[in-house]
Design a protein around this ligand. Structure first.
Ligand SMILES: [Zn+2]
Length: 169
């Protein structure tokens, strides 16, 4: 009786992880075959001209050029209504008001994101080692995630208001 060929499958795992991490790097969009291996990869691509027409300049700068709004200036850092925060580019639901908390940092802060909706990648810019957060659906820059958040996760998703829309409950 043949043994279950588990050991023949295991070598695929490192390849998959490699593909995932490569997809989170900078560079051109992956080809469709890579996409099928990495379901969290941005799957929606928007025409820059269309986005420039639809978004305001700050929304475009933050989401497409990895900008950062000045603290205490965005429309959601001190916003406490019940509802869902969506990606301003593709409308994916990213965060809920139930995970929002007052971090005192001047940007909307959440201790968790909606499952699978926010992807991360290393950010070495500005002489810092940070973890960038992006919309898993369209790749829009959202902000960064830090390990100084409250329980139960201990994480702080620090998000630009300019990356978000809000839908009241
Ligand atoms: Zn998006």
């Amino acid at each position: 009786m043949p043994r279950h060929p588990l050991r023949h499958r295991l070598p695929l795992l490192p390849l998959l992880l490699l593909a995932l991490s490569a997809c989170h790097g900078e560079g051109p969009a992956p080809n469709p075959s890579e996409r099928s291996l990495a379901p969290t990869m941005p799957s929606q691509k928007f025409d820059p001209a269309e986005l420039k027409a639809r978004l305001d300049p700050e929304q475009y700068r933050v989401t497409q050029e990895r900008g950062t709004e000045a603290p205490y200036t965005g429309k959601y850092w001190n916003h406490h209504d019940d509802g869902r925060y969506t990606c301003v580019v593709c409308q994916a639901e990213l965060f809920t008001s139930t995970s929002k908390y007052d971090s005192g940092c001047g940007w909307p802060s959440f201790f968790t994101a909606e499952n699978g909706k926010v992807a991360t990648r290393p950010d070495h810019s500005h002489g810092m080692e940070r973890t960038e957060i992006i919309c898993a659906s369209c790749g829009a820059h959202l902000g960064h995630v830090f390990d100084d958040g409250p329980q139960p996760t201990g994480q702080r998703y620090c998000v630009n208001s300019a990356s978000l829309d809000f839908r009241a409950k």
